[in-house]
Design a protein around this ligand. Structure first.
Ligand SMILES: Cc1cc2nc3c(=O)[nH]c(=O)nc-3n(C[C@H](O)[C@H](O)[C@H](O)COP(=O)(O)OP(=O)(O)OC[C@H]3O[C@@H](n4cnc5c(N)ncnc54)[C@H](O)[C@@H]3O)c2cc1C
Length: 317
């Protein structure tokens, strides 16, 4: 019902897509619904879903590292920030394919003070509707994290970071091979490629795909992009369950607690026999280990295998 109200009240908006189609995006008006303008958040954390799909092979970053500047940084939670970088071609979008990541490189001191190149993958949360810049949502691992601390604490506006994109980092592409159900099992910053997938699914009004996400975080304050996801869940093709592992017992939290278990998967996701569905898994190494086996291994192990899912149903991001 709320969704229908939004549709009927909003003004039509035309957005340019690099695939040269114009799209009506009724969700653009959602940004005014619940996010106070006084709260300093980037557009990429309040916008409606928009599918601006670009085929693999067109990303502005190629296989060699290219330096770009930090333009702006917003602290969006106790431990996370959104960083906006310039692009080499300022009159074009990043042109990254769905859910793909890019590699960031910085020369950082090791424990002995010797400088070495540190390279880490990040998945932009901005879509190809954004021209000239792109946004990363980065969780700061504090003194334990080298690149994340550098990006979130040390880097100043106009400082540069090098990025590249390689084909190996391209995964399954929207519209997701005609599957009708997508289960998303997510931990922490694993949300970033799923934001991309949801833009592609919910931003395409002709899509019949339904997404169900189990999103694990430590505490309520650790849930990334919550305002935006809480708006997107008003869409009838998204079901979302937050799962908190370290939320204080006496808090007002009414949702799921603990880790993402077989019971939760059984309760919310499609059954292994249902061949219309696939599962995306993205999160920290222990999440892969427990549910599907290491990220870089094509073999399916862990809870999903024990439940009867097969390796062709499970995609490790
Ligand atoms: C495909 C892909 C996409 C990613 N996209 C993003 C993104 O959009 N935003 C983002 O913030 N991060 C993302 N990451 C994680 C990111 O690449 C780094 O691993 C993270 O920033 C930590 O790097 P670091 O150098 O600060 O920490 P490190 O020095 O590598 O490690 C510090 C500590 O953090 C732990 N750690 C490392 N990575 C993780 C993790 N992912 N979850 C929990 N603990 C971890 C390590 O075990 C270690 O104890 C992504 C990872 C992958 C594989």
């Amino acid at each position: 019902m709320l969704c229908n109200l939004v549709f009927s009240n909003c003004k039509r908006s035309l957005r340019f897509s690099p695939t040269h189609t114009y799209k009506f995006n009724p969700f653009l008006s959602i940004r005014n619904m619940s996010v106070s303008p006084a709260k300093s958040v980037p557009d990429t954390l309040v916008s409606g879903p928009n599918a601006h799909l670009v085929a693999p092979g067109k990303c502005q970053f190629g296989s060699d590292f290219t330096s770009v500047s930090l333009l702006k940084r917003w602290k969006v939670s106790e431990t996370s920030s959104v960083l906006q970088f310039s692009l080499p071609k300022t009159d074009e979008p990043l042109n990254l394919s769905t859910c793909a990541c890019i590699l960031a490189k910085a020369d950082l001191p090791d424990r002995d003070g010797k400088t070495e190149a540190v390279i880490r993958p990040y998945t932009p949360i901005s879509t190809n509707s954004q021209v000239g810049t792109f946004d990363l949502l980065v969780k700061n691992y504090g003194k334990d994290g080298r690149m994340s601390t550098h990006l979130v604490e040390e880097l100043k506006e106009n400082d540069t970071v090098e990025f590249k994109h390689i084909d190996k980092n391209v995964k399954i592409q929207a519209p997701f091979d005609g599957y009708k159900k997508i289960g998303m099992i997510v931990g922490g910053t694993g949300i970033t490629p799923m934001i991309q997938a949801l833009h592609a699914i919910l931003g395409d009004e002709t899509s019949k795909v339904k997404a169900t996400m189990l999103y694990g975080s430590k505490m309520q304050s650790d849930i990334l992009a919550q305002d935006m996801l809480d708006n997107w869940v008003k869409h009838d093709r998204l079901e979302l369950e937050y799962v908190l592992s370290d939320e204080p017992e006496d808090s007002d939290w009414k949702g799921e607690r603990g880790f993402i278990t077989k019971d939760l998967i059984k309760k919310h996701l499609f059954s292994p026999e249902d061949k219309e569905g696939i599962i995306f898994v993205c999160g920290p190494p222990p999440l892969y280990q427990a549910l599907c086996g290491p990220r870089d291994s094509p073999e399916l192990t862990g809870a999903l295998k024990e439940m009867g899912y097969t390796s062709d149903q499970v995609f490790k991001f």
